[in-house]
Design a protein around this ligand. Sequence first.
Ligand code: XIL
Length: 471
Amino acid sequence: MTTPRHRHRRTDSRRMVAVVGGFAAAAIAVTLAIPAQAAGSTLQAAAKETGRYFGTAIAASRLNDGTYSGIANREFNMITAENEMKMDATEPNQNQFNYSSGDQIVNWARNNGKQVRGHALAWHSQQPGWMQNMSGTSLRNAMLNHVTQVATHYKGKIYAWDVVNEAFADGSSGARRDSNLQRTGNDWIEAAFRAARAADPGAKLCYNDYNTDNWSHAKTQGVYNMVRDFKSRGVPIDCVGFQAHFNSGNPVPSNYDTTLRNFANLGVDVQITELDIEGSGSSQAQQYQGVVQACLSVARCTGITVWGVRDSDSWRASGTPLLFDGSGNKKQAYTSVLNQLNSGGTPVPGETTGNPTQNPTGNPTSNPTTPPPTGGGSCTASYSEGQKWNDRFNGNVTIRANGNISSWTATVQLQNPQLISAVWGAQASWPAQRTMVVTGGALGSGQSTSFGFTVNHGGNWTWPSISCSAS
Ligand code: XIL
C-alpha cells in the first residue's frame, strides 16, 4: 500500500497517479489498518465519534425536573432553546430586551460543557405583539435592531444561529411566504444575515425551515435557489437547518441524503435541527435510522438535534415523536439511532442529483506495484483529478482487477481538514471521519470499475491516498 502525498496544481488537471496493488485476502485485516470504532454508549458520545453533535431542544421551565435534565445532560451535547430565544421572548416590548430564560438555558448548557444553537432571530411567527402590527421601514429597522441586539447579547456563546426561520411557502410555488417581514422587501433575509454576521462573526449563520427534506418538492428547490444565490453574491450564510418534523402524512423521504448532499455541495453545512417523527415501535425506529443514515452519508451534515427529550415534553406529545417515553425510558427509536451512529457511517447511493461532477480530463492509468498473490486476483486503484472549484475538487478512482476477484475494498484517506461531501458510483462507509471505505463485487481479470467523490478541501489540496485490496 502506498500513501501518495501529491499536491494539486490548480492549472494542471491532467496529472494523475497510480496507486497500490493487491493483497491476499488473509492480509487485508493487517494492511488496511482501519481505525477501530469505539462504540458510544450515549447519543452524544456516538455522534462525537463521527465528528458530529447530537442535540435536543430544552424548555427552561423543565430544567428542575431531575429526570428531564438528567437525560438531557447524559445524552446530548448541543442545546437549542425551544422558545426562550425567540423574538417574543427576548424583546417583549420594543427595545426592552429580556434574556432571563434564554440565559438560563445557555448557562445550563455551558455549565455542562455543551454548545448552543441559537433559535431564532427573525421569523414571521412568535413575534411580540408590537411587531405583528408593524410594517415597512419601521418593521425592517426593528427586525434588524432585534437581530443585532440579540446576537450581540449572546456573542461568543452560539455555535450556530437560525438567523431566519421558515421564510418559504408550502405547496408548489417554491416562493417566499407572505408575511409582514417579507412585505418589507425581498432582501429582508440577506439583511438579517448581514446584521447577524456583524454582531457575532464567530457564529455559523443558518437558514432554517421545514418541508424542505424532499429534494423534488418546490419548497426545497426554492430554498436551494436562495442559498445558491446567497453564496454566489457573498451573502454571509454558513449553514442550512432542516427542521425534520415528520409524521405519516409527511414521512422521511427516500431521497433525504440527496437533499442534504446537494445543499452541502453549495458550500454550506447542513444540520437536522428539530427532528421528531410521530409513530411508535419499529416503523418509527426505522425512520429515525433513515434520518441518521442520511446525515452520516454527508460529510457536511454536522449534527442532529431532536425537538425535545421525552414524548411528554414534545410540542406534539400525542404523536409520541421522540426518543424517550414519558417515563424517560429509551424507546426502540433511541436504540436504532444509537446503533446507526455507532455504525460510523452508511452506504451512500451512487448518484447525486445536481452534483457538479464532470468527467475528469484524461484517462486514469493503472500501475500495479504488487505481484498478484497466489490463490486469488489482486486489484489496483488509480486516482485521477476531476473538476476543481475554490472550495472543493472532484476525484475519480478506477479499480482494476489483476486476475479474477470476487470482491474488492478501496480505502480513501483524506487529509485534515478535508471532508467528502458527495460520492457517486459506489457503496461507501466511514470508519472514521476522513476515512472512506468503498466496496464492490466481482471483476474478471483485466476488468475495471470506477467511482468518484467531491472533497471540500478547506485549503488543503493534497490528493487523498487510495488503496485497494481484493479477495
Ligand atoms: C414550537 C415549540 O416547540 C412550541 O413549544 C411552541 O409552542 C411553538 O413552537 N418550528 C420551529 C420551532 O422552528 O420553533 C417550533 O417550536 C416548531 C416548529
